[in-house]
Design a protein around this ligand. Structure first.
Ligand code: AMP
Ligand code: ZN
Length: 504
């Protein structure tokens, strides 16, 4: 493989650890929602092992870093569970009127990538670019908002080198056979995130691989010496490539400053990845690296760890091929609070599909029924109560199950009120507002148009044409339209209030 020096486009400026606000598109919070209760927001912090009130350090803008994908393959539904929980977190912070500066890395160099790209006869750049694109295609399908800043490890080698040099200046590193290691004895707080005590570790015992367990805690590698045939960079640290952990510390501080408000990832990252990020960052800056650490529990499949050998391994693409809509996968992944294990089952995804249909049919009923005039004060209050319960649940460490419970209870009660003729025309706006608030966070109400599928406007145009055809007794045309819609998965229902449609 061709030797590579620093790539063009690589940063050459020093690490000043000053965040650069100007480069972010600030996402404004929705003005319509009450900002006064933002103080009620609470998250479980892995660092302190308690649920704490959350307010960003500057009171306005949340500086958040999430560990992104290793782009060596397609994302699986476990990865997507973690990324979806972070999307819910983003949306909830925005709902509460906060601004966001969210940075996510793309790990585009690591052991697996080097092996797989070599096997494919491609450079790491060619190899990873296809999976980076696929990542954004897939996460777009499940409606994940794109972080304000996405950054690739290979574009930040200079930042990593500077950080390692800073650690060396502070006496926290040593070199062995061309590689540079972090001396964990130099950071007495090592273990504070994972709440592990590492006493009596043999001085100088090292680990070269990026992933290892707590029983193998050792001095870990910051910079790996070049190996024959592997991609490498020529730097003042010698020819080689970065270890995995250093990339997140360097990029987080590059874009967000020395202390982040929130750092998040899957629970498997607590140790060693996040523990090492804390050690590298704090040993350099002597400041707390992140105020809140949020970790998403794993997704299991039918009660077991997902793995290719068990035949229970699914990517989003696998589920879409089986005919599930991406928003159904999104709903399922979001429905279990992020700190609880999620047991993926096909019954569960079916139930998610049914739940979304129920909400869509409710929205349709609201939009197409003719309710008696007037407004019921009791039902208006019921809508406010549903909103309050929804918001209280999400403020409480993102209790998505509680939030969904509040919405479905409201839907059940108001459906009953509609059947009894108690739901009045003046209550429609309040009910639609409940759904709108729900969908700002969960975003599942709008169906994904299937390949060549019909969007709402096209369906409504055909429904109107059919009504016209029936009126003029052109039954051949009206039957034809019904058939055409049915083939596109749309069912028509003729009611006393007119024709309603729903998706199968
Ligand atoms: P990776 O692409 O391996 O770097 O992982 C991307 C994200 O997915 C990380 O935050 C992991 O912690 C998370 N992750 C990996 N496996 C699972 C799983 N089974 N359930 C939930 N999150 C996972
Ligand atoms: Zn990371």
């Amino acid at each position: 493989m061709e030797a590579s020096g620093p790539r063009s486009g690589m940063r050459t400026d020093g690490l000043d650890f000053q965040s650069d606000l100007a480069q972010f598109v600030i996402v404004p919070g929705p003005d319509c929602y009450d900002r006064t209760i933002r103080m009620a927001l609470r998250f479980y912090n892995t660092l302190t092992q308690t649920v704490e009130d959350f307010v960003p350090a500057d009171g306005q803008t949340v500086r958040m870093y999430t560990c992104g994908p290793t782009v060596w393959n397609y994302v699986h539904i476990g990865n997507l569970r973690t990324f979806t929980s972070q999307d819910i977190l983003r949306r909830w912070l925005q709902y509460r009127g906060l601004k966001l500066m969210h940075v996510m890395n793309i790990t585009d160099v690591d052991d697996r990538i080097i092996q797989q790209s070599a096997a494919a006869g491609q450079s790491i750049y060619e190899y990873t670019s296809q999976y980076t694109d696929a990542f954004f295609t897939d996460t777009g399908k499940v409606r994940l908002q794109r972080p304000e800043q996405v950054c690739k490890a290979t574009d930040h080698i200079g930042d990593m080198v500077k950080l390692i040099e800073g650690l060396t200046a502070n006496g926290c590193t040593y070199e062995s056979e061309g590689s540079t290691y972090f001396r964990i004895a130099s950071f007495p707080e090592y273990g504070k995130l994972a709440h592990l005590v590492f006493e009596g570790l043999k001085a100088g015992a090292r680990v070269d691989s990026d992933k290892y367990d707590k029983d193998n805690a050792r001095d870990f590698v910051l910079w790996k010496a070049k190996k024959e045939g592997e991609h490498f960079w020529q730097t003042p640290l010698g020819d080689g490539r970065p270890g995995w952990h250093i990339e997140c510390s360097a990029m987080a501080m590059r874009y967000l400053g020395e202390t982040l408000d929130i750092h998040a990832g899957g629970v498997d990252l607590v140790f060693p990845h996040h523990e090492n990020e804390i050690a590298q960052s704090e040993a350099c800056t002597h400041k707390p690296f992140a105020r809140f650490w949020l970790h998403t529990e794993h997704l299991m499949v039918e009660g077991q760890t997902m793995s290719k050998s068990l035949g229970n391994f699914y990517t989003l693409r696998d589920l879409l091929e089986k005919g599930y809509a991406p928003e159904t996968v999104r709903y399922l992944l979001a429905s279990v609070p992020y700190r609880k294990q999620l047991n993926f089952t096909f019954d569960g995804i079916q139930a998610a599909d049914t739940a979304i249909k129920r909400l869509r049919n409710y929205a349709l009923r609201l939009k197409t029924s003719k309710f008696p005039e007037g407004v019921s004060a009791k039902l208006a209050e019921r809508a406010s109560a549903a909103n309050a319960q929804f918001e209280t649940a999400l403020d409480d460490d993102l209790n998505t199950a509680g939030a969904l419970g509040a919405i479905f209870e409201y839907v059940r009660e108001t459906n009953t009120a509609m059947d009894a003729g108690e739901f009045l025309a003046g209550n429609v706006a309040g009910a639609l507002d409940v759904l709108a608030r729900f969908d700002k966070v969960f975003e599942v109400l709008e169906p994904t148009a299937a390949g060549g599928g019909m969007d709402d406007a096209a369906i409504e145009a055909l429904t109107a044409e059919r009504a016209q055809a029936k009126k003029s007794k052109n039954f051949a045309r009206s039957d034809e339209i019904r058939k055409q819609l049915l083939e596109a998965g749309i069912i028509l229902e003729d009611t006393k209030d007119g024709t309603r449609w729903k998706r199968k």
